[in-house]
Design a protein around this ligand. Structure first.
Ligand code: AMP
Ligand code: ZN
Length: 117
């Protein structure tokens, strides 16, 4: 738990969220400012700043696997498992990361554009 981290506070229940999926390692909840009909955030329960930090330890890599392993259930819950979706990670300032607790955006529910930027 990082004291000033908004996602740690969501994980602890201090800040409310619309939960989609939860297990011992992973929480998925609705983004409060959705950019598409389906917009969820998938986070590890343990605090890591970004994708580089979570990738840099055995424990972090195990948590990354837990995130990916939860994708099937999360996408089913959101109704996009057969339609398709986009999974995005923003890393660092130029990557557009604003919340410094690593997370993946799961976006879908409509035909998304082909461009990446
Ligand atoms: P990023 O810019 O990749 O760091 O994404 C941060 C995301 O967190 C943005 O899409 C915000 O809309 C979302 N967000 C920030 N605060 C909350 C919150 N309290 N509940 C849900 N989503 C949030
Ligand atoms: Zn955190």
């Amino acid at each position: 738990m990082s004291q000033d981290c908004i996602f740690c506070k969501i994980i602890s229940g201090e800040i409310p969220s619309k939960k989609i999926f939860e297990n011992d390692h992973v929480l998925a909840f609705e983004d409060s400012n959705p950019v598409a009909p389906v917009h969820a955030l998938i986070v590890p329960k343990k605090h890591y700043t970004d994708i580089l930090e979570i990738s840099s330890s055995e424990e972090g890599r195990a948590d990354l696997c837990h995130l990916m392993a939860a994708l099937t259930q999360i996408s089913e819950e959101l109704g996009v498992d057969e339609r398709g979706f986009r999974l995005i990670n923003n890393c660092g300032e130029e990557g557009g990361q604003t919340v410094l607790h690593v997370h993946f955006h799961l976006i879908g529910g409509k035909k998304l554009g082909a461009g990446l930027i």
